[in-house]
Design a protein around this ligand. Structure first.
Ligand SMILES: [Zn+2]
Length: 686
């Protein structure tokens, strides 16, 4: 089970789904990625000077870039972040093309990543095998004799990476974060959110209709007659809708108290007595345990009722669906296309499949990330970057300390504890000190589904082996080429993979103003997560514990509500609003992050006023650099999907939502009261 992490850029779950769903029919000509892609630097030419910065700062900072970079047909959105990710992708492509050459002198790492990549690229072999690799799983399901047997089958499938019904794994004990405990949590949904099943709004009802059609087509591809496939598709929707009804919604899940239900194993048995938990846990191979956390107990009660209400045949249908949905991107092209048509095209508005090499690079990065990552780091990241980054982190930490110290609304008691927590924040930069050892993962050239299954099984077993073990704060949850960063409340640390430590975030050729507006704001964002609506509920040791006085908690909530209301007022497409409560943590982190990054810039400049560059003062360049990181275009479908599921606001509001709250911005650009970028009731938490 993934730990709770607050990231800066992308919803990790969405990024993974995109990578899994996107396989193309037409691989690129060899060497396509050898053409160097332009470095996406801070760029005065991206500025739209026909717009006033005080009217619409995002359009000012990004207007020309936005006009020049429409969403390409194989993506749901395209931003400056995507440009960075594409450069990393090209580098990984080169590494993998070289590693894929069957040379007996290859290292063990190159053998694994190279053979997995080559296997993924061999589309002809995948076509030739057809459904044969899926047969053992499908046969096991059709051979089920009773509902009692469902438990062991679910355990086996989950252990091979096939999600279904609920989630199980290790997670830090919420109230004793130094130790990992067993945890089960809600699951079972194929659509991105429970509202897709439950809402009467036409946009969701329309997706449901398309979804049933898609599931039917997939069953037909498995060989079912049309009528039977249609009936089975309806069963899948009905069962998943029942899961949705008993699932906790995203906003309520943001409160860790709603996910804090530690109990004895027998108590889980009492919640769901008709599921054979003994058989389930034994089959997972997890270490023995007596207590576990049950994320949302009502879900398991509902699951039990559903188990009783539905026939064995219905459960076989849902299991079959889980298997084919999970494997679709690795199956023959008819499955790949059908999977793309629903999950990418209908849900996200993506027009074309991504070239196969991109899909295969993403697959290796996902499953053997710390093997491929070693090669990436050798090629792209130096010790010098680590040293400069450490210095910037220290500058941001000093600024946050001063910010906390000077806060007008917090009492000394809470300030002292906040500073204790800040002082305890650890940081990891670039890549792990100890690389994950994949020697147990057998990669067999030509066996795509098998390789996928074995790599997934390795990861599931690695996760479950952590049950009862100490939390390892040095473990990474992102691979080195990832263009992202995060804060872990349990480990109380901030993490910056090598993939983000490059232009336009981190650029040796640029002045401090630009670097503090780029990577500085990212560092500030991650530090602030320790003190957002979720992070503030964990203490310096990562435990769920209330260290706030009642009065200060009230003051915090008041200020956070201001931020929530501000972002709820923003619309993304077709009148769909952002959910200010879903995005509260990220927006709080953006607002706090930019403020302390600017403080850190001023500290670094020590009162000096650097000469203007490109016609902009240091403060103006700071805000422009921040704004330009978020230049992006998106399909309407993707924007609406993310408004429902993504805790991050879209680029436009990450920029305008923040600067409109900052007198420092208004001073830098001489904005007058009444300008759109001057909020009358400016919000400020940190
Ligand atoms: Zn974040």
């Amino acid at each position: 089970m993934r730990p709770i992490l607050r990231s800066v850029l992308l919803c990790a779950a969405l990024a993974a789904a995109t990578a899994l769903a996107a396989v193309a029919q037409n691989p690129s000509p060899p060497g396509e990625s050898d053409q160097p892609l332009a470095v996406p630097r801070f760029d005065p030419a991206a500025i739209n000077r026909s717009v006033q910065p005080c009217d619409d700062f995002y359009q000012f900072a990004c207007g020309v870039w936005i006009a020049k970079h429409p969403v390409p047909p194989d993506r749901p959105r395209y931003g400056r972040l995507t440009e960075v990710a594409e450069r990393n992708e090209a580098l990984l492509h080169d590494i993998l093309e070289k590693a894929a050459k069957p040379d007996p002198k290859r290292s063990a790492i190159d053998q694994k990543i190279g053979d997995y990549y080559a296997t993924c690229m061999d589309e002809a072999a995948v076509e030739k095998k057809g459904l044969e690799p899926l047969k053992p799983r499908l046969d096991a399901i059709s051979g089920l004799k009773s509902k009692q047997d469902v438990a062991a089958t679910v355990a086996r499938l989950q252990s091979e990476g096939v999600p279904g019904f609920f989630r199980f794994g290790a997670q830090p004990d919420l109230k004793n974060a130094s130790v990992n405990i067993a945890a089960v949590d809600q699951g079972g949904l194929s659509l991105p959110d429970r509202e897709y099943y439950l809402s009467d709004e036409p946009r969701f009802a329309d997706i449901r209709k398309q979804y049933v059609g898609h599931v039917q087509k997939m069953f037909e591809l498995l060989g079912e007659p049309q009528e039977e496939a249609a009936k089975d598709a309806q069963t899948v929707l009905d069962v998943e809708t029942a899961f949705a009804k008993v699932s906790l919604d995203r906003v309520k899940r943001r409160d860790p108290a709603n996910r804090d239900h530690k109990m004895g194993r027998q108590d889980l048995g009492a919640l769901a007595p008709h599921f054979d938990w003994s058989s389930y846990f034994a089959t997972t191979g997890a270490p023995a345990f007596t207590e576990l956390n049950v994320g949302w107990p009502d879900f398991f009660k509902g699951f039990d009722a559903l188990l009783q209400a539905r026939s064995l045949e219905d459960w076989k249908t849902v299991l079959r669906w889980n298997v084919v949905r999970d494997a679709a991107p690795l199956l023959p092209v008819a499955f790949v296309n059908e999977n793309f048509n629903f999950f990418e095209k209908a849900l996200n508005g993506t027009q074309e499949l991504r070239p196969r090499w991109k899909r295969c690079v993403a697959l290796v990065n996902q499953q053997l990330g710390e093997a491929l990552g070693q090669r990436y780091v050798e090629a792209a990241f130096g010790a010098e970057g680590k040293a400069r980054m450490s210095k910037m982190v220290a500058a941001l930490e000093a600024a946050l300390d001063r910010d906390i110290h000077d806060l007008p609304w917090m009492t000394e008691t809470t300030k002292k504890r906040a500073l204790e927590k800040r002082t305890a924040v650890g940081n990891k930069i670039g890549y792990p000190d100890h690389w994950r050892d994949y020697s147990k993962v057998k990669i067999v050239r030509g066996d795509l589904l098998g390789d996928n299954e074995r790599a997934s099984a390795f990861e599931a077993a690695r996760n479950r082996a952590k049950i009862g073990q100490k939390l390892d704060p040095l473990e990474w949850s992102m691979t080195p080429p990832t263009v992202n960063a995060n804060y872990s409340p349990a480990a109380n640390n901030i993490n910056f993979p090598a993939g983000i430590l490059q232009p336009p975030f981190f650029d040796n050729s640029m002045d401090d103003a630009v670097n503090f507006g780029g990577i500085g704001a990212v560092i500030g964002h991650e530090l602030t997560h320790g003190f957002d609506d979720q992070g503030r509920k964990f203490d310096a040791k990562g435990n769920l514990a209330d260290w706030w006085t009642e009065e200060d908690a009230k003051e915090f909530e008041k200020r956070a509500s201001c931020v929530a209301d501000e972002y709820t007022s923003f619309t993304v497409a077709d009148g769909v609003h952002l959910n200010g409560r879903l995005t509260l943590g990220e927006n709080t982190a953006d607002n706090g992050g930019v403020r302390i990054a600017l403080m850190a810039l001023h500290d670094t400049l020590k009162g000096a006023t650097p000469p203007s560059r490109d016609g902009f003062t240091a403060e103006q360049r700071f805000f422009l650099a921040y704004g330009q990181v978020w230049c992006e275009n998106s399909t309407d479908q993707s924007a609406k999907l993310r408004a429902q599921t993504d805790p991050h606001s879209p680029g436009r509001y990450r920029v305008n939502g923040v600067v409109a709250n900052m007198p420092e911005f208004q001073k830098a650009f001489n904005c007058t009261a009444g300008s759109p970028m001057v909020r009358e009731n400016a919000c400020r938490v940190w």
